[in-house]
Structure formats: structure tokens, C-alpha cells
Design a protein around this ligand. Structure first.
Ligand SMILES: CC(C)(COP(=O)(O)OP(=O)(O)OC[C@H]1O[C@@H](n2cnc3c(N)ncnc32)[C@H](O)[C@@H]1OP(=O)(O)O)[C@@H](O)C(=O)NCCC(=O)NCCS
Length: 182
């Protein structure tokens, strides 16, 4: 594997000024993304992306159960990553992510996810972060496994996409495990 220069990868706070760029990114990879992400078909124009970014920015201000970032490589927008479903009492959350097609295959998500985990287990003080990925979503499962997430089992019919149920693998990382790996 080629080493990823960490300085090339940045997690940026969501900003409505990026709505056009974000929508263009989703639109160019629509067919790939919609296979595993339920919100893609409902994202039809830049205004939809603007509303998404405004909602995320507002959530960040009001302490919502979701922390989201735009992923940039060399200053160019490449995708998104979030920690959603955050439970403060249980100190847990779920990692979600996507990249536009032309950024897939170079290790960018593994690096972005590591940065998000640093924040999740650091500033957000979480103890457990899970990933739920379709059994057939080999690329997403590979991200979890490359990062050292432990596979806990299979959620039967865990995902419902485009009228079909899919079994999903559930993985988790604990804060202590992550500290041992960094
Ligand atoms: C899931 C997704 C983000 C994975 O993207 P990805 O590019 O495969 O993941 P990474 O960025 O970690 O890159 C890994 C690839 O880069 C290669 N690579 C190169 N240098 C690397 C490095 N330094 N570190 C890690 N991987 C590296 C790996 O070998 C691997 O390629 P391969 O699978 O052809 O062997 C992407 O496929 C996607 O957006 N899918 C659609 C949305 C989706 O399914 N989201 C998840 C829902 S659970």
C-alpha cells in the first residue's frame, strides 16, 4: 500500500457555502452511492445539499446526536463522514461515510475515518463507535476491517434499501482499543 500523506486529508466543518460542490460530488457518483445510502435519491439539487449542510451546522451548534465533516483531499471536496446516533449516556455512536467514485481506491477513507475516530474518542469522549455495513458492501467492510474494528455479528435484514432488505455486518471499536492502535 502507498502511504497516505496525512496533510493531504482534512476533515472540514460543514458549511452551506459548499452546497454546490457537495451536490456536484453526489450527483457524479449517484449510481454507486445510492446502492448503500438511502438519502441519495432524495438529493436532487444544490438546494437539497444546502438544507443538509444548514441542518448539520445548526445541529453542531445545538449539540445534536451527530457530528459531521466534509472530507477534503488537497483542498478538493471528496466525500463526507459522520458519527451519528450519538448516545451521551452510553458514550457510543455510529460511523458513516462515503466518497465520490473518483476518490475511491486510494486509502483516503481509511485516513479520514482515523481522523474522525481520533475526535470521537477524543473531544467527543465516546467509548464505543460502531460501523454497520451491508454484508455485500465489500469496500465499506474493508474500511472497518483495515482500521481494526471487531466484527460483532450480522444484523439480519439490518438495512432496507430500494425495496429490498440486506443483511449487515456490525463492527465496533472501543476507545481503549483505538488508543492502543494509534
Ligand atoms: C465505502 C467507501 C468509502 C470505501 O472507499 P475506499 O476508497 O475503498 O476506502 P479507502 O479510502 O480506505 O481505500 C482503500 C483502498 O485504497 C487502497 N490504498 C492505497 N493506499 C492506502 C493506504 N495508505 N491506506 C489504506 N488503503 C490504501 C487499498 O488497497 C484499497 O484499495 P483496494 O480495495 O482496491 O485494495 C467507498 O467505497 C464508498 O463511498 N462507497 C459508497 C458509499 C458506502 O457504501 N458507504 C458506506 C456505507 S456503510
Amino acid at each position: 500500500m502507498t502511504a497516505v500523506d496525512q496533510k493531504r486529508v482534512a476533515l472540514l466543518p460543514p458549511d452551506v457555502a459548499d452546497a454546490e460542490r457537495l451536490f456536484a460530488l453526489i450527483d457524479e457518483s449517484r449510481e454507486t452511492l445510492r446502492a448503500w445510502l438511502p438519502w441519495v435519491d432524495a438529493t436532487r439539487n444544490a438546494e437539497d445539499s444546502r438544507q443538509f449542510l444548514a441542518g448539520v451546522a445548526e445541529g453542531a451548534r445545538s449539540g445534536s446526536a451527530c457530528a459531521s465533516w466534509l472530507i477534503a483531499r488537497d483542498g478538493e471536496l471528496a466525500g463526507c463522514i459522520d458519527i451519528h446516533g450519538i448516545s451521551k449516556p452510553h458514550r457510543s455512536g455510529f460511523l458513516g461515510y462515503w466518497l465520490a467514485d473518483r476518490f475511491v481506491g486510494g486509502g483516503l477513507m481509511s485516513e479520514a475515518a482515523a481522523l474522525a475516530l481520533d475526535t470521537g474518542f477524543g473531544a467527543l469522549e465516546l467509548n464505543r463507535i460502531a460501523i454497520v455495513a451491508g454484508v455485500a458492501n465489500a469496500r465499506s467492510r474493508a474500511v472497518a476491517e483495515r482500521l481494526g474494528f471487531v466484527r460483532e455479528g450480522v444484523q439480519r435484514d439490518g438495512l432496507h434499501l430500494h425495496g429490498r432488505y440486506h443483511d449487515a455486518c456490525q463492527y465496533s471499536m472501543l476507545a481503549g482499543d483505538w488508543r492502543g492502535r494509534r
